[in-house]
Design a protein around this ligand. Structure first.
Ligand SMILES: *Cc1c(COP(=O)(O)O)cnc(C)c1O
Length: 242
């Protein structure tokens, strides 16, 4: 039997400590456990240990899990890039979508959601690292994109999401978070970003993300253990620089 309680408590303690360092209220920081590649039996155990929301990067995997674990009432968050032709799947089962990055996708999602009589919490994904292979809007395009979203009334815009630069250079990582916070603050002033939440930070950088203003950290491996599947399966790796 795995000790999800212990792993969760350890992450919570680190979240609390990072919040404290930043002079923030830890209660405003949500922990979204990322369950991709974790088999369904383990997710049943995780649910019993109190993990009731789960983030998945790939929509097919997420939908399969949501169907096979439907008896539990897990809240599913899709956090990975979505092709427009899979919008109907997300509209069918997801409670949240954190990787909105095109108006075509917004329009398709909205149409499917209207047909299903559902709404969906969304975050707009931003490419804060400048890595050409990363998904998400360019920072310069975010303001206009947000201003267009009210046309899609079933999408509840909650905030912005990013993957920071994948590097050991902490200064570069913190710069990504700084850019996000600045974009969020500008959008709050413009009244276009709903609650102005910031989804940023993963197992390797969530403490820096909290110090940078994150309100939602997406943590997989620090809870469920290392993944065998390489990250390049989930998001394109930036070209090697050296
Ligand atoms: C997998 C994933 C995470 C979590 O990464 P870990 O290293 O397991 O914490 C966060 N965000 C996205 C978009 C992911 O695909």
């Amino acid at each position: 039997m795995e000790d999800f309680h212990r792993n969760l408590a350890a992450i919570r303690a680190r979240i609390d400590a990072a919040a404290e360092r930043a002079g923030r209220d830890a209660a405003e920081i949500r922990l979204l456990p990322v369950s991709k590649t974790v088999p369904e039996e383990r997710l049943r155990t995780a649910f019993a240990a109190g993990i009731t929301q789960m983030g998945e990067n790939k929509v097919q995997e997420a939908q399969r899990k949501s169907e096979n674990l439907a008896d539990l009432g897990i809240s599913w968050s899709v956090i990975g890039h979505l092709q427009t032709n899979k919008a109907k799947n997300v509209a069918a089962f997801a409670d949240e979508f954190q990787a909105l990055d095109s108006l075509r996708l917004a329009e398709t999602l909205d149409r499917r959601l209207q047909a299903n009589g559902r709404g969906l919490d969304v975050y707009v994904q931003v490419n804060s690292s400048g890595e050409p292979s990363k998904f998400g809007l360019e920072p310069a395009d975010v303001a206009a994109f947000l201003a267009a979203l009210p046309s899609y009334s079933s999408l509840r815009v909650r905030g912005l999401m990013t993957l920071a630069a994948h590097t050991d250079d902490v200064a570069r990582v913190r710069e990504c978070f700084r850019i996000m916070r600045q974009l969020r603050d500008a959008a709050l002033q413009a009244g276009t970003v709903g609650d102005g939440l910031l989804s940023m930070g993963m197992s390797g950088d969530f403490e820096a993300a909290i110090e940078g203003g994150s309100t939602c950290v997406r943590v997989g491996q620090a809870i469920f253990g290392a993944r065998a599947t390489p990250d390049s399966h989930y998001w394109p790796e930036p070209p090697q620089t050296k």
